[in-house]
Design a protein around this ligand. Structure first.
Ligand code: NAD
Length: 247
């Protein structure tokens, strides 16, 4: 059932691993990232690795928190690839700090990048999928959105919203043959988590049943399942991928 997959924020980390895995699964790939500079330095390399699987792979720079830029991306994708069969809402940022010290600007920024981007892309790609009467949407939530996390009022709010948006999308689009699910990663080794202090990492590790961090490929494998024929009757679900962080 391959076709074309858009993965937002996919020039590195989990997004890059998902792009490569979906390419291996036979999907044509659209790599997106926030700036042309990131595309030129990292995104193009990911596209090259995707093409090694014999699929088409192109890059498009767009800030997915900006509705007009998302319109440009989706219009280009339709023209260039014909159909859009999979949307992975992966782009995300952290700007951590205790609530008492968190500025309004930093709160708003994380909500706009992590949460509003999901509205922008799901609305625009959803329209294309409704016409096709098929599609798969997978959102990147987080354990922070399920359980909360001190120092992440903005981030956990955005990820909790993504969980609600996943269920709403599943209910609105289910009758059109479109599924929408989310994965909720725990601690995955990427440039995002490389920023944490040794103390923060050790505190996290102590709570993980498997006593190790996850790898981006371990998220990509579950996303691949959610885009495969094997998950055709799975929708509105949040799959935690955390090595047993919470049970
Ligand atoms: P990362 O920082 O390594 O990669 C994120 C990518 O998104 C970067 O390439 C970045 O440039 C891009 N991006 C940022 N803002 C963007 C924008 N406005 N428009 C387009 N692209 C943008 O992060 P990651 O660890 O790979 O995380 C990927 C997703 O998984 C995020 O949504 C994150 O919240 C989620 N997640 C990660 C972890 C983890 O432990 N790493 C845990 C839970 C959830």
């Amino acid at each position: 059932m391959a076709g074309t997959a858009i993965i937002t924020g996919s020039s590195r980390g989990i997004g890059a691993a998902i792009a490569k895995r979906l390419a291996k699964d036979g999907y044509n790939i659209i790599i997106n990232d926030v700036s042309q500079e990131i595309i030129d330095t990292a995104g193009k390399e990911v596209a090259e690795e995707c093409r090694a699987f014999g699929v088409k792979a192109e890059c498009y720079a767009a800030d997915v928190s900006d509705y007009a830029q998302c319109e440009g991306l989706v219009k280009w994708a339709k023209e260039e690839f014909g159909s859009i069969d999979v949307l992975i809402n992966n782009a995300g940022i952290t700007r951590d700090g205790l609530m008492a010290q968190m500025s309004e600007e930093i709160y708003d920024l994380v909500i706009r990048v992590n949460q509003k981007s999901v509205f922008n892309m799901t609305k625009l790609v959803g329209k294309v999928m409704i016409r096709q009467r098929s599609g798969r949407i997978v959102n990147l939530a987080s354990v922070a959105g399920l359980y909360g996390n001190p120092g992440q009022m903005n981030y956990s709010a955005s990820k909790g919203a993504i969980i609600a948006m996943t269920k709403t999308t599943a209910k609105e689009l289910g009758s059109r043959g479109i599924t929408c699910n989310a994965v909720a990663p725990g601690f995955i080794q990427t440039p995002m988590t490389d920023k944490l202090t040794e103390e923060q990492r050790n505190a996290m590790l102590a709570q993980i049943a498997m006593k190790r961090y996850g790898q981006p490929e371990e998220i990509a494998g579950v996303v691949s399942f959610l885009c495969s024929p094997d998950s055709s009757y799975v929708t509105g679900q949040i799959i935690e991928i955390s090595g047993g962080l919470s049970m």
